[in-house]
Design a protein around this ligand. Structure first.
Ligand code: LMR
Length: 352
């Protein structure tokens, strides 16, 4: 009996030591904690909504930004990326940002004219000659100044990202001369300048949100559309469009935005961390997007039945002639700030 009591005491003591260790030493270190266990009630979760596929420049940049932020903050700041418009379509996302239903969006610049008409200047056809010019404008002082004007609208402009040059596609006929556009219907983004561009070509444009483009082309609601190679590739628009003209007539850039009130509510060290991660991601996307568009054009040529044409100098001159009146009327109605920017872009071109 005595032996039994002795053994029970020893077992109980070991048990107590084990339980004590469980709750002190072992739980302090080196044990996996998920976010809730970590007690990260201080964790900041930023929901980033966008409308394109994951394997696009914007989709990949959003993920890269999330990774950098996660790493730099040691998991304290989490960027949740929602792609393909699963949360909000492009015509809903700005309102969702203002309501704080999402905290970050990256709409295409063509969709910002409600915030300020100045942004429309980037929809003028052939405003940029090449990729490096677009980069210089968007990542330099012009871009920075424009982003800071968003403050008046209580929006924090974090960066300008790139997708690339837009190309023309149609399912009806190759688009080489202005006359080829006559009577064709085109899906466009909601932009007065883009609308006029198509009207001057004799076409009928209509704004439709990005997530409905495939569906509406499939239902033959439009003959054609304009977009970057990356969007044409990732949304498989090449399945529904027989002809593509590499025209490089327009540039698709994005403004990465937060609501100003939300931004102001963040701790200073978090703002700094997000800004640093944004600089890194922005540098990355400007290189990556060019590579992706080049590579995916090759894929379209190899894999799809789409016929690809390149606009030659003569054809380009014809298009440009058609757009003269658009430039004139735009400049006649533009603010001084807008005209200054157009002049600065012309100065960059003349120095080449
Ligand atoms: C479009 O509507 O065609 C694009 O703005 C989509 C995007 O975000 O790239």
């Amino acid at each position: 009996m005595k032996m039994f009591i002795g053994a029970s005491i020893i077992v109980s003591v070991f048990l107590m030591i084990y339980v004590f260790l469980q709750y002190t030493v072992i739980n302090q270190d080196n044990v996996y904690h998920d976010d809730e266990q970590k007690g990260l009630n201080k964790q900041i979760v930023i929901n980033f909504s966008h409308v394109v596929a994951e394997n696009t420049p914007k989709g990949l940049a959003a993920q890269k930004f999330a990774e950098i932020v996660n790493q730099k903050s040691d998991g304290k700041v989490k960027i949740e990326v929602y792609s393909n418009g699963v949360l909000y379509s492009d015509d809903e996302e700005l309102a969702a940002l203002r309501r704080n239903d999402v905290q970050m969006i990256a709409p295409s610049i063509s969709k910002l004219s409600d915030l300020s008409p100045t942004w429309q200047l980037f929809d003028l056809p052939f405003i940029f000659d090449d990729y490096s010019e677009a980069k210089q404008v968007f990542t330099g002082k012009i871009g920075q100044d424009l982003l800071s004007t968003l403050q008046e609208k209580n929006i924090k402009g974090l960066a300008l990202w790139s997708n690339g040059f837009k190309q023309m596609t149609s399912n009806t006929k190759p688009l080489l001369y202005p006359a080829d556009f006559q009577g064709q219907t085109f899906r466009i983004m909601p932009s007065e300048v883009i609308k006029k561009q198509f009207e001057l070509l004799g076409a009928k444009p209509q704004a439709v949100s990005f997530n409905k483009v495939y569906q509406s082309l499939e239902r033959q609601e439009f003959d054609g559309q304009e977009n970057t190679i990356s969007n044409i590739y990732s949304k498989r628009l090449y399945e529904l469009q027989k002809y593509m003209t590499i025209s490089n007539h327009g540039y698709l850039g994005y403004a990465v935005l937060m609501d100003e009130k939300y931004w102001d509510s963040l701790p200073e060290d978090v703002k700094q961390l997000l800004s640093d991660a944004m600089v890194e991601t922005t540098n990355w996307i400007w290189t990556q997007s060019k590579m992706m568009n080049d590579e995916q054009l090759q894929q379209i040529k190899n894999k799809s039945g789409m016929r690809v044409y390149y606009l030659n100098d003569l054809q380009k001159a014809e298009w440009k002639k058609q757009f003269n009146s658009l430039y004139q009327s735009f400049e006649n109605n533009a603010t001084k700030q807008t005209l200054d920017i157009i002049q600065q872009i012309k100065n960059i071109e003349s120095k080449k």
